[in-house]
Design a protein. Structure first.
Length: 295
């Protein structure tokens, strides 16, 4: 990306529904740039007609953006927007990548990019599945409001043995770390990693997921999780959501964990293991690990 263009476009992300007008100082702080640099960028964007400087020396977005917004193709769907992101993740991981949405009390697959490997998870667009098991279901439920979650659970929970407390703790962990990882929860032998896709209103109605045989995916789970988190941010930004960049986003709260003995999960009714590592390795973490090895 051309740095100057990226910096100029960052100005638009400084505005939101709670910040409809901003001073130059506020723009500088919100896009994390020196005030002198921000001044040059703001001045350029204002002269191009995309910003208006008001009498109180604050800036606001111009109606030129409304005209451009009206020119966006009405037929442009999330599938069209997601496809390039999914193809890139598929090229980097060589695993099946799916785009899934919520449909009443179920989830439906909207788009699929298949792995080139003959050993694969087979899923097709239009396929319906219960909104309970698997990484896609869990990450979608992790971002539901309380009323919607209760409705979905009422329609999908199979028995009274459902451990609601453990289930709620799992959703809270997935929401906090930014991705869901399940092993054999829906289909034995498959590992899935799912990330939320935020829309322009900050809601999560869709998710991206990587699915593959556990014998392949488990050894790369943290690397794949990092790739998926970045892809989820990318797609969310393309949909108009304001999502922190990789540099701005805080690191996941959960530290890596040691493997545990497999045990029956009351929440899912399947045998599953706790992830060996629950947070993706950041570049800083990798450098720290390398330094330890040198010492």
């Amino acid at each position: 990306m051309i740095r100057a263009v990226g910096r100029a476009l960052a100005i638009f992300d400084a505005f939101d529904k709670d910040h409809l007008s901003l001073t130059l100082q506020e723009i500088s702080e919100r896009i994390r740039m020196p005030k002198t640099t921000a001044f040059r960028l703001v001045n350029t964007v204002e002269r191009a007609g995309f910003l208006i400087r008001m009498d109180n020396q604050q800036y606001c977005l111009s109606l030129k953006l409304v005209r451009l917004a009206g020119m966006v193709r009405s037929t442009l769907s999330i599938r069209d927007i997601a496809r390039p992101v999914m193809a890139e993740v598929n090229a980097r991981t060589s695993e099946t990548i799916t785009l899934t949405t919520i449909l009443n009390n179920e989830r439906m697959v909207l788009e699929v990019v298949d792995t080139p490997s003959p050993l694969m998870s087979i899923v097709r667009p239009g396929e319906h599945m219960p909104l309970l098991y698997g990484a896609s279901a869990r990450i979608l439920m992790a971002h539901m409001d309380e009323a919607e979650l209760e409705r979905v659970l009422k329609a999908n929970v199979p028995s009274k043995d459902f451990d609601r407390a453990a289930f709620d703790r799992e959703l809270a962990r997935f929401r906090r770390q930014g991705y869901a990882l399940t092993r054999g929860q829906r289909v034995p032998g498959l590992t899935a990693i799912a990330v939320p896709v935020f829309d322009i209103d900050g809601r999560v109605r869709n998710c991206l997921a990587l699915t593959g045989p556990s014998v392949r995916v488990d050894a790369m789970d943290l690397d794949f999780a990092e790739i998926m988190i970045a892809a989820g941010r990318d797609l969310s930004n393309r949909l108009g959501a304001q999502v922190a960049t990789a540099e701005e986003a805080p690191e996941a709260a959960d530290p890596p964990r040691k493997p545990r003995t497999p045990r029956a999960s009351k929440a899912s009714g399947d045998t599953a293991t706790t992830s060996r590592k629950t947070a993706p390795r950041t570049p800083a973490a990798k450098k720290t690990a390398a330094a330890r090895q040198v010492r």
